[in-house]
Design a protein around this ligand. Structure first.
Ligand code: ADP
Ligand code: MG
Length: 288
């Protein structure tokens, strides 16, 4: 195994040329860059020292390494820098933008295509859970396309990466976590009240599935408090706008994940065997 390169005394800018801002999250900004002396492009995550400690940073790198044998894991390229203000971690570059930008723009989007993305996401989560890792920040902004594709290209050829292991945590079976979770819109109800475990990722996948199938999130509101209240009350409607063209199997699939009681949610591994995946294979009806 390659060791983490800490580049003592070397500044990030000495080794990499920054090209443009790719995105911004709660803790970091991510820039596109090239390694000087080569044509190779990467994504560097720049984390302000005040917002994350070294331990959290090392955990992010460790999670990427631990899960990198799954194709949807974003590989870290083992280049880590530190100066007075920031940490810099270099990752593989995803050139295709966020998955959900693509889906929103796409005219024809079928259950078969939605199922393919969700199967990849579930397979990633099953892999993470089997290694004792809970992602805790699964949301559309953290699912990226590896390559750019034409607007109406076949989704069967699109590769996705689940990014952002900044909030991830190790949580064995029977253990619980209490640290704050990502965005309320994707957070499971128990997160606001008590501790949570792997099953919180399943809830977030339920919210993502909802977005993929009908184009909007189940829990919406003007303020985070309003969203939080709706999540706690499990106030969502699988008969609302857009659901008329969705199959009963797909609805059952989403409903299974969006259950208030954490223990009632199926595991990622068992959801991969859900009947919807067999049925959706044949369905090419447009959702939108
Ligand atoms: P944070 O921990 O602050 O949320 P993220 O790791 O989620 O930071 O990155 C913030 C945003 O930067 C992402 O939502 C995405 O749009 C973009 N981004 C992150 N990693 C990459 C990458 N490897 N390639 C391209 N864009 C990326
Ligand atoms: Mg993020």
């Amino acid at each position: 195994r390659k060791e983490l390169v800490r580049n003592k005394g070397v500044r990030f800018e000495q080794r990499y040329q920054i090209h443009r801002l790719l995105g911004r999250g709660a803790f970091a900004k991510v820039v596109e860059c090239t390694r000087k002396g080569s044509e190779d492009r990467y994504a560097a995550k720049i984390i302000e020292k005040g917002s994350m400690d070294r331990k959290a940073l090392e955990k992010e790198v460790a999670v990427s390494r631990l899960l990198e044998d799954h194709p949807a894991t974003l590989p870290c390229v083992y280049d880590v820098f530190e100066d007075d203000d920031n940490y810099y971690v270099v990752f593989e570059l995803c050139r295709g933008g966020e998955l959900f930008e693509r889906i929103v723009k796409k005219k024809h989007f079928s259950e078969r295509e939605a199922a393919r993305y969700l199967r990849t996401l579930l397979s990633f989560v099953a892999h993470a859970h089997s290694r004792g890792v809970v992602h805790t920040d699964l949301k559309p902004e953290n699912v990226l396309l590896l390559h750019p594709v034409a607007a109406d290209a076949d989704d069967d050829k699109v590769f996705i990466k689940v990014v952002d292991y900044g909030c991830s945590n190790f949580c064995a079976d029977g253990e619980f976590l209490t640290q704050p979770y990502g965005t309320p819109m994707y957070a499971a109800p128990e997160i606001f009240k008590s501790c949570f475990d792997k099953s919180a990722d399943i809830w977030s996948l339920g919210v993502i599935s909802h977005v993929l199938l009908v184009g909007y999130a189940p829990f919406r509101g003007v303020t985070p408090e309003e969203i939080k209240r709706k999540v706690i009350a499990a106030e969502y409607d699988l008969d609302g706008q857009g659901w008329q063209s969705v199959s009963p199997a797909a609805k059952a699939f989403v409903g299974a994940m969006l259950q208030t009681r954490p223990g009632a949610r199926p595991s990622a591994a068992s959801l991969l065997r859900h009947i919807w995946f067999t049925q959706a294979q044949e369905s090419n009806t447009s959702l939108r």
